[in-house]
Design a protein around this ligand. Structure first.
Ligand SMILES: NC(=O)c1ccc[n+]([C@@H]2O[C@H](COP(=O)([O-])OP(=O)(O)OC[C@H]3O[C@@H](n4cnc5c(N)ncnc54)[C@H](OP(=O)(O)O)[C@@H]3O)[C@@H](O)[C@H]2O)c1
Ligand SMILES: [Zn+2]
Length: 374
């Protein structure tokens, strides 16, 4: 099992990942602060694009946290700088800085954090994850070590959490597209709607709240024209405090009327691009890190077939819709079970009366599969 980039949203009873224990080179005094730094980073999730969310704590010799910081927004101070600024001048000398992502070495919108860490005279830096950005990758660690700072690269459960946290950012760096979470909600018999297209209320309030939390944590929600026409969804965050993501409507024939609820404000964009790859290129150009595709059957098939689904969040509710209902994914027939697309299970959770299985994408590409024209 892998780890979801959004596992922190899952109900606490569910195993967030299969990786537990095993603190690696980290002793207790650094593992707990790294967990705190990760919690700091979560405060920025969904707000920092095109930068990754990052959290930092500074600890003194007995492990007490003396400062905290997180990256709030692109252009604003990096997490390390915020934590250092929270201390009196000179107070960071000889202290340990624990940060979820390798400190930067390049002049972006702000000066390099490594320079500031060296100026402050910190003696130790604990790094949760190495920066996948080629302009920084390993150089932050190298420069700190060359200057005599003791650098510890974290291992174990908290290091994995730090890597999961930046999985969307790593995807933008390595694949030049946003991280894609595909969400579907089905009956026990795998239907997303009745034959008349009625689908609201398949899952219960707990699942709905979780989807709102997911919307709050991604940069954009993507839907197909037919889902807007069938359900007229608002696609906002209403069940909890949060901010609304950008709403992206895929509508190649301009069929969605401006009276639809998705147009309630101007935080919306309509894309009429032919392919999923073009859609993702455009969203990448806008600097988005992670998108949530709330897909009907055809869009689900299109994203899966394009092999761009990083996580598949499949809610299953305790009801039956029957043979005439719409299947969750509209794809060509499978003759042999061995040819059926099979996914990796990342994690499972109970969400109210519903079940949730988080699956890894990637295993879809099989030559025998074809998506129905439509
Ligand atoms: N239970 C759930 O989780 C859930 C979630 C969503 C929807 N639904 C239900 O699903 C039904 C709608 O599903 P659907 O399959 O008809 O529609 P859909 O998957 O929501 O959207 C498909 C539409 O997206 C547009 N599109 C734009 N670019 C595309 C591309 N590259 N590939 C494929 N489509 C693209 C197409 O419209 P154009 O060709 O006009 O551009 C296509 O008709 C509704 O009944 C809705 O209630 C259920
Ligand atoms: Zn920095």
């Amino acid at each position: 099992m892998g780890i979801s980039a959004f596992a922190h949203l899952l109900p606490p009873a569910a195993p967030a990942s299969s990786t537990s224990g095993c603190a690696g080179v980290l002793d207790i005094s650094t593992a707990a602060p790294l967990h705190e730094a990760w919690r700091e980073a979560l405060k920025g999730i969904g707000r920092t694009h095109p930068n990754p969310p990052v959290g930092c704590v500074i600890v003194d010799d007995d492990g007490t946290i003396i400062a905290r910081g997180f990256h709030e927004k692109a252009g604003e101070r990096h997490a390390e700088i915020k934590a250092l600024d929270a201390l009196a001048p000179g107070a960071a000398r000889g202290k340990t800085v624990v940060v979820t992502l390798e400190p930067c070495t390049h002049h972006g919108r702000t000066p390099p954090c490594v320079d500031r860490l060296l100026d402050e005279g910190v003696s130790r830096v604990v790094v949760g994850a190495i920066d996948p950005n080629p302009r920084v990758h390993q150089q932050g660690v190298r420069r700190l070590r060359a200057a005599g700072v003791d650098v510890v690269i974290a291992e174990g459960a908290d290091a994995l959490r730090c890597q999961a946290l930046i999985a969307p950012f790593a995807t933008t760096q390595q694949l030049a597209r946003p991280y894609v979470v595909l969400k579907t909600a089905t009956s026990l018999d795998g239907k997303v709607a009745t034959r008349t297209g009625s689908s609201r209320g398949i899952t219960g309030p707990a699942s709905r709240a979780l989807v709102h939390a997911l919307r709050d944590a991604v940069d954009a929600v993507v839907v197909g024209a037919d889902t807007v026409l069938a359900d007229d969804p608002a696609l906002t965050v209403r069940d909890l405090p949060g901010r609304d993501p950008l709403r992206v409507i895929l509508d190649r024939h301009a069929r969605v009327p401006r009276s639809a609820r998705v147009f309630a404000d101007d935080n919306v964009c309509v894309l009429g691009l032919a392919s999923i790859s073009d859609v993702l290129k455009e969203l990448h150009r806008r600097g988005l890190l992670a998108v949530l595709v709330e897909a009907g059957p055809r869009l689900a098939a299109a994203f899966l077939q394009a092999d761009v689904v990083d996580e598949l969040w499949w809610f299953h509710a305790p009801l039956l819709v029957g043979n005439d209902g719409l299947s969750a994914v509209d794809f060509g027939q499978v003759d042999h079970i061995q040819q059926a697309p099979r996914f990796d299970v990342v994690t499972r959770a109970e969400v109210g009366n519903d079940g949730l299985t988080v699956l890894g994408g990637g295993l879809w590409q099989r030559p025998t599969l074809s998506v129905r024209a439509g």
